[in-house]
Design a protein around this ligand. Sequence first.
Ligand code: PMP
Length: 360
Amino acid sequence: MSAPFNFSAGPAMLPAEVMKQAQEEFLNWNNLGISVMEISHRDPAFIRLAEQAEQDLRELMAIPDNYQVLFMHGGGRGQFSAVPQNIAGPNATVDYLNCGIWSEFAIREAQKYVQHVNVVGAAEQTEQGKALAPRERWQLSDNAAYFHYCPNETVDGIALHDIPDVQAPIVADMSSNILSEPLDVSRFGIIYAGAQKNIGPSGFAITIVREDLLGHAQGNTSTIMDYTVQAKERSMYNTPNTFAWYLSALVFQWLKRQGGVAAMGEVNRAKAAKLYDFIDSSDFYRNPVHPNYRSRMNVPFLLADERLDGDFLKQAAQAGLIGLKGHRFVGGMRASIYNAMPLAGVEALVDFMREFERKA
Ligand code: PMP
C-alpha cells in the first residue's frame, strides 16, 4: 500500500525524506554505533548537531543577531505561561488579540501571572465569513508590556496575514505557520511555536526572543521556563528532548534543500489556492472564513449536508486521505497543509472531493 496523504493538524506529517533518513540512522547515528537518543546532550557530536540546527534555523528565518533562539520544553502551551512570566511583571498590563481558541487558552494562562490582561479585539462573524476585528477597533493599552496574537489559528483556519502595527513588543504564537513563508523577524519581540506541525515531534517548542526582553522574568518563574537561563545555558539547563531536536535539525536541512522559506511560501500559496478555489467553485462544500483571513495552513470546510460527514471521512480514508476530521470544538472537516504536504496531496484531495460530490 502506498503511504496515505496525512492532513492531520498536529502532530502532523513530516517530510518522507526526513523520516527515511531517521530510520536509516536510527541504530547507528553519526557512525557511533548507537542511536542519537542514547548519547549525552553534552557530547561534542550532539552539541555540533544542536549548534547546526540553530544556525540552519537562523539562516532559514534570517534571524537577526540580537535575537536568541531557544529550544524549549512543553510545546506551544508551555509558552503561553512562559511569555507572561518572562517579560511582564505581575502588576503589568498586557494586550492580547483574541484570534480564536488558541488565543483564548493563551489569555487564560496569562491571567494567572499578570494582573491586567486586556483583550484588544476578537474574531467575529461577518457577512463574508469569520474574520478578525479590524485594527481601527482594537482597544490597545498605552503601557502594554507586550502585544500577543496568533497569526494562524489552527482550529478555525483564520489568519492575520499582515504583522500588526502596534507600539508594544509583538509576541506571536506561530505554532501552525512558522517557516511557511518569508517573515521579517525584526518586527517581533518574541516568536514561539510548538514543533509538531512545521518543525518536528510534539512536546518541543522553539522560542525566538529579542535580547532586550531577557532579564525581566518574574521571581517565581520555573527555571526551565526562564528564557534568560535557557539562553545562557544554550537551551541545555536540563536534559533537552534530544530526539526532537535531532528530527527538527533534519527538517531544517530538508527545508534548505527545498529552497528555504521563499520556495515553501510559493508552494504553500499554490496548495491553498488550489483547495480554496475548488471549495469556492462548489455549492456542496463551504469554507466559513472571510477570504481576507483565510489560513494557508489549515483549511476547514463544511459539507452542505452534514449527515454526509461520516461517509466523507470514511471514503477519504479508503482513498488514502487521512486526518481530515475537523477539530472537536468546531466539527466539519479540516485539511492541514503544512510544509511537508506536497501539492500532489492537495490535488488528490480535490479530485476526491469532486468525485464525492458527483456521487452524492
Ligand atoms: N498554539 C497553536 C496555534 C496551536 O495550534 C497549538 C496546538 N495545536 C498550540 C498552541 C498548543 O500546542 P501544544 O499542544 O504543543 O501545547
